[in-house]
Write a protein that binds this ligand. Structure first.
Ligand SMILES: [Zn+2]
Ligand SMILES: [Zn+2]
Ligand SMILES: [Zn+2]
Ligand SMILES: [Zn+2]
Length: 212
């Protein structure tokens, strides 16, 4: 199988950048030059990559003073939320669950430079994500966090029948389909078709890309 293209959008300059050079690209921006950013030597901003497999990835900056709950809310909004399932961070063997006090912990209390973590959304039809702190720098973002870059829709999201761009995914068998071929889809359950969305939760538990 040919190697798939792996690239994404840098939100700082709106350019599409190959995955292999995205970190270098981001660092080349000197994000601290953002005008609204108040300088603060005491506080820290973390650059974090969150990913699933090679083709789904987000680069975000988050204030050290932000909480795991802020990160959880962000991940739900951009990638995960379908019906308010539980979620959990695992950092250094410790678990921090949603719907509990764990997520009130601050980023700088739980993560440091080079930390890795894992994250699970929904303990039934789980979506697992990995996370890694790539860098930190002094400062404070005006908002608690911001998206720096995200992957574009992976190249292999095409209709399994005809190879055209896919628009829906079958929640029963995970087959991708275009508008034409969905009518002949063998599961014969059109209400089990979910829209194609740029998220690792595409087609899981009726995820539609719209937060509830
Ligand atoms: Zn850029
Ligand atoms: Zn759900
Ligand atoms: Zn088709
Ligand atoms: Zn199907």
């Amino acid at each position: 199988m040919a190697k798939l293209k792996n690239e994404g959008l840098c939100t700082l300059c709106q350019k599409i950048v190959p995955y292999q050079s995205i970190l270098k690209h981001i660092k080349g921006h000197d994000p601290s030059s953002t005008k609204e950013e108040p300088s603060s030597e005491k506080e820290k901003i973390f650059l974090i990559k969150v990913f699933q497999g090679p083709y789904f990835w987000l680069y975000i900056e988050i204030n050290g003073n932000a909480t795991l709950n802020d990160l959880d809310t962000f991940l739900r909004d951009i990638w995960l939320e379908c019906c308010g399932h539980m979620s959990q961070f695992t950092i250094n063997g410790d678990h921090y669950e949603s719907h509990g006090p764990g997520l009130n912990k601050k980023i700088h209390q739980t993560l440091n430079e080079n930390s890795s973590f894992s994250y699970c959304y929904d303990f039934g039809s789980s979506t697992y994500l990995g996370g890694k702190v790539l860098a930190s720098r002094p400062g404070k973002l005006p908002k608690t966090l911001r998206l720096i870059a995200r992957n574009t829709l992976p190249e292999d999201v095409v209709c399994r029948t005809c190879g055209e761009a896919a628009t829906v995914i079958c929640c029963l068998c995970s087959d991708l389909s275009c508008e034409k071929c969905r009518k002949n889809h063998e599961c014969q359950e059109d209400d089990m078709m979910s829209p194609v969305v740029n998220s690792p939760r595409m087609g899981v538990c009726g995820y539609t890309g719209e937060a509830w």
